[in-house]
Design a protein around this ligand. Structure first.
Ligand code: ATP
Ligand code: MG
Length: 346
């Protein structure tokens, strides 16, 4: 439908709304021996929470599960903009599939584009690129599942599947102290996750995550949130799958954290630099460790951070900063709308 001459612009006065498509991938509750099989996917509660915010902003929302039918659904539905939280189904580039499709169809969408999402899901590639910008990141090597060779490493190291998120493949035994343990863990992880393993120098120290919202001069870098581990046990001093799932038992969240001004400045400036270097759009979350010597290390970036209310770190950080879940979703949507030169809502 075309807007009449005297009709208000979409979103203004609450009288005409945008058609918003909400793309997502749901947890299916599949039965498996692999506990974290569906870790990255969203629950219907998260999808509904975002839908409710968008509707309260006056938008007309269509839920679009990001499976094979999504192409036809997008063509039929013709949304003005898509609010994308789809993690994708297959392959190392899975997070990029929906943004690439939306660009192909010429449909505006919130969040980073396919290139940024492709790079960020490959932890080693991201580290390699960011190193060229002078970003400090732990020493590492990438070990292919077919490789028999383990290069000399400075132990302890942490072992992570190279292209996963939500701590998938990061168990309580991810830190290893010698080559024998490393070999065993790589063999085990390769059988389950079937992809190269990133083996990184383990940074003993404090952990922080930084949320960013907006673009260009509107970019807000929030104060870091510290993930403080409650137990004095190395197994539970990483934000593993188990620790994330049972976060109330294992961690305390502190935002803003008690840290030296120098470290705070270093981390927030580095977060902004990373966001810009990777051409992130609308929002992202960036993880850091600070060594016992006070050096800030980039661990990884999430340009599609989880938005589960009361659980995901991203809305937790905005809440610590006095921003409700409603306003957090609104800020992400408005960042996207503004980028496309569309009028903002709410
Ligand atoms: N080099 C390292 N030194 C110390 N701890 C690390 C290191 N790399 C990862 N960790 C720990 O493992 C956790 C998970 O690692 P990482 O953030 O890379 O995984 P992820 O699955 O991509 O996380 P997300 O859920 O944020 O997507 C980190 O939050 C941190 O606690
Ligand atoms: Mg992380």
């Amino acid at each position: 439908m075309e807007l009449g001459e005297n009709e208000p612009l979409p979103g203004e006065n609450g009288s005409k709304s945008y058609k918003v498509g909400l793309t997502f991938n749901l947890k299916k509750g599949l039965k498996s021996d692999v506990e974290d099989l569906e870790a990255e996917y969203d629950s219907i509660e998260t999808v509904n929470a975002i839908k409710e915010v968008l509707e309260n902003l006056g938008c007309e929302v269509t839920l679009l599960e990001a499976d094979k039918n999504v192409i036809q659904s997008l063509l039929n539905n013709k949304p003005d903009i898509v609010f994308n939280i789809a993690e994708g189904l297959n392959g190392r580039g899975r997070e990029a599939h929906i943004p690439a499709l939306l660009n192909f169809l010429g449909i505006p969408f919130t969040g980073s584009d396919e290139t940024t999402l492709c790079i960020a899901l490959d932890k080693e590639l991201t580290k390699r690129i960011l190193s060229t910008y002078g970003i400090r990141t732990p020493e590492y090597c990438l070990i292919k599942c077919t490789s028999q060779q383990i290069p000399p490493m400075d132990y302890p190291v942490i072992v992570k599947p190279n292209a996963e998120g939500s701590s998938k493949g990061i168990s309580d035994t991810a830190i290893v102290k010698n080559e024998e343990e490393l070999r065993k863990l790589i063999n085990k992880n390769c059988r389950i996750y079937n992809q190269p393993m990133l083996v990184e120098k383990y940074i003993k120290g404090r952990e922080f995550t930084v949320a960013v919202i907006g673009n260009d001069e509107d970019t807000i870098v929030f104060p870091p949130m510290e993930i403080k581990f409650r137990k004095n046990d190395e197994r539970y001093s990483i934000y593993s799958y188990n620790v994330k799932k049972n976060y109330k038992e294992y961690v305390e969240y502190i935002c803003p954290p008690f840290i030296e001004e120098r470290i705070l400045k270093d981390m927030t400036e580095t977060a902004r630099k990373i966001y810009n270097c990777l051409n992130c759009r609308d929002f992202s979350r960036i993880d850091f460790r600070v060594s016992e010597e006070g050096e800030v290390y980039f661990i990884e970036i999430n340009p599609l951070p989880g938005l589960a209310p009361g659980y995901s770190d991203f809305p937790m950080i905005t809440a610590f900063n006095g921003i409700s879940y409603y306003d957090t979703v609104k800020m992400v949507l408005n960042s996207g709308l503004k980028r496309y030169g569309m009028s903002t809502v709410g």
